[in-house]
Every structure is written in C-alpha cells, then in structure tokens.
Write a protein that binds this ligand. Structure first.
Ligand SMILES: *Cc1c(COP(=O)(O)O)cnc(C)c1O
Length: 377
C-alpha cells in the first residue's frame, strides 16, 4: 500500500490516532459505516500492511499483529475459552506458553491437560465433555519432535474443538497448519520473520469468523497491539524471509549430517533426516527441514558448556531464527524452570544443545563446531 508519494519502501504511519473531516464522518467511522482507522490500538495502516502480507503468506482470511509472540499466544488462547472450559496441550511447549497452560489458565478456572503431542491416543484420551481447545507446537522446542497436525485436527473436529498451532519453528514456508486442518496459527515474529535481531512481534491468523467472534473485542480492549515501527521492520523482514529460511535450512541440514558423523555427539535430531523420530510425518506435513538442529554431546553438561564456550562464530543466546547462528543449552536456560523429570520427559538432557543456524558461510560454521568439539574433548 503506497501513499500518494509512490515510495518504494512502505511508509511508516507512526501515529496513535486519526482525525476526521467532520463530526458526521467520526460518527460514521465509529458506527462502521465508513471505512478508515480510529485508533492505533485497534488498527494502523503500517500494521495493517503487515497483517495483510502475513495472510497472503499463510493462506489465512484474517490476522491480528501483536507486540510479541507471547501476546499472540496468550490472546489466541484466552479469547477462545471461559471458566469451566477444558484445554488440551502438548507438553513440549515454549516455556511461557507452558506457563499459560499450567499456571495462568487454571487460575481463571480453565481446566488444562498436558499430553505427549506425538501420541495420538493421549489427545483422544484427554478429551472431556467441556474440551474446547487443543494447543501444540511443531517442531517442538528444543528437541524438534513433530506432531501430526492433520491427525490432531481430526480428533478436535470430531468433538467441535479448535486447534491452535504455534508455528514458529516451522515458519510459514515449511508448514501450513491451516491447510492441515488447524483453525488458528500463531507466530512469534521476533524469530524468523524479523530474523535480524531487531524487534519483538507476533501475529495470530485464522478465518474471519473466528477473529470477528472471538479475537476482535478481546484484542481491542486488552491492547496487545504491535507498534507501527516494529510492523515496518517486520515488513522488511518478510521481503527476505524465503531467502533466509531456504539458506538457513540448507545449512542446518548439512550441519546436522556432519554432527551425526562426529564421535563426540551421541544424538542428532533434525527434521529432514531419515533417522528423525517422526520422519514419515515430516515428509507428509513439512515442505522442508528446519533452521534448527538439536544434538547431545557425549560428555553431558561439562562438554556442552565447553563446546559452547569454545565457539567463535556461533554465539551463546536463547534466541533463534536469527541471521546470526546461536547456540542454547536448554537445561540451564530456556527450560531451567522445569523439574528434572519434566525435562527428561521432553528428551532434554544435561548434554542437549539447540543450534539455530544463521546465514554465515556453512563451511565456516562447521569449522567452528569442529574446533570447539576438539577443544571440548
Ligand atoms: C519465542 C517463542 C515464543 C514467544 O515469542 P516472543 O516474541 O518472545 O514473545 C512463543 N513460541 C515459540 C515457539 C517461540 O519460539
């Protein structure tokens, strides 16, 4: 959407509000009889451009952009349920998502059950008469397990529940949950969509009816709105998203294969490798692998720390999807709040590392890992 100046790069409409030519026009806009913006907590031209482009990319009817990924997840989940409803979620969730399911929802009288998302019978067995919502992430953080979205959606549809998919790890390029039968897709745009470490953002995508009925009022009155400046930054990110994701996925695949052959590594999980635990589902539901690799060092925490500390190009960070390669030790950072048993259930050991592969030269990255593995013994 260009202004009358015909600019190449989208304009930033950094405004809180809008003015009206007449009192009649203000009245008509508030009534919904006249199109146009009212207040940037509701909608803003730059944010609107980002939402429309996300809809085109995802194949969704409508969207709302949010200030962070967690604003997207919490709004999508909370606007869908009320006290007395029941939610089933896969237990391999991003930490804050798990807090919403395990801690926040029960506080407001919403019943929740966590299941092993890869076991279809657990989804089925968790269903109660008041089950309204399924929530899952795939591939999961950090062990990159893959949930059969179409099969989970089938169970949900049979009981009239809706499925929310946190599609961050797959990106809109590698997996289309709406095509697989899910009803709502959420993203942390902070990750691959920005992909250059600049700003937080999120987006919720679904059909127009669900957004109008469930999200519209919730969104307006709780105010998780995205800043127009950040929407503009994310629009810039979208311009290179396919190129970045393709390159990062290709590099991650090569690094996964290289790690799998290394004597210091006991396990590599990479969607796209034949030895992935759900290789058949990956082939069915994803267009490509992942920009992330999960692996275990043989020497446990000591070796994982030594390896991380010896890396020069790859940086230690809990972020992911960035143009810069980042390595995380989940047990002591992103998943430190879980009990040892909960971590073991998710397959996170003391030697587990999550590598988010960036845009650096892949041979340089392999050399960095090789040298660091030698230094770690
Ligand atoms: C990062 C992330 C979130 C939260 O996004 P923020 O932008 O940090 O709020 C939610 N889900 C997944 C899978 C994530 O990786």
């Amino acid at each position: 959407m260009r202004s009358h100046h015909g600019e190449t790069s989208e304009a930033i409409y950094l405004t809180q509000g809008y003015v009206y030519a007449t009192a009649e026009s203000a009245e008509a806009r508030f009534k919904g009889d006249e199109p146009g913006f009212i207040y940037s907590r509701y909608a803003n031209p730059t944010v609107d451009m980002f939402e429309k482009r996300m809809c085109a990319l995802e194949g969704a009817e409508d969207a709302r952009a949010t200030a962070s990924g967690m604003a997207a997840v919490s709004a999508a989940l909370l606007c869908s349920v009320k006290a007395g409803d029941h939610v089933v979620a896969a237990r391999a969730l991003f930490g804050s998502c798990r807090w919403i399911i395990e801690t926040l929802m029960p506080k407001y009288g919403i019943e929740t059950t966590l299941v092993d998302g890869t076991k279809l019978d657990q989804w089925q067995d968790a269903v109660r008469p008041n089950t309204k919502l399924f929530f899952l992430e795939s591939p999961t953080n950090p062990t990159l397990e893959v949930v059969d979205i179409a099969a989970v959606a089938k169970i949900a549809n049979s009981i009239g529940a809706r499925v929310v998919v946190d599609n961050v790890f797959a990106t809109p390029l590698q997996q289309k949950p709406l095509e697989l039968g899910a009803h709502i897709v959420v993203y942390s745009a902070t990750k691959h969509i920005d992909g250059q470490g600049r700003c937080l953002g999120g987006v919720i995508l679904s059909d127009k009816e669900w957004i109008d009925k469930n999200l519209h009022d919730y969104f307006r009155h709780t105010g998780p709105s995205l800043s127009p400046f950040n929407a503009w930054t994310l629009l810039k990110g979208l311009e290179t998203l396919p190129l970045r994701v393709r390159q990062q996925t290709e590099s991650a695949g090569r690094i996964a294969d290289w790690l799998a052959e290394h004597s210091g590594i006991s396990r590599v999980i990479y969607p796209g490798r034949k030895d992935h635990p759900q290789a058949d589902i990956v082939a069915r539901q994803m267009k490509g692998g992942s920009t992330l690799v999960c692996f275990d060092t043989k020497g446990g925490k000591k070796a994982a720390f030594a390896l991380s500390n010896a890396l020069e190009i790859i940086k230690i960070s809990n972020n992911l999807g960035d143009a810069k390669s980042l390595i995380t030790h989940p047990a002591t950072t992103t998943h430190k709040n879980l009990t040892d048993e909960a971590r073991a259930e998710l397959g996170i050991g003391p030697g587990t590392l999550r590598l988010s592969v960036g845009l650096e030269d892949v041979d340089d990255l392999i050399e960095d890992l090789d040298r660091a593995l030698k230094a770690a013994g």
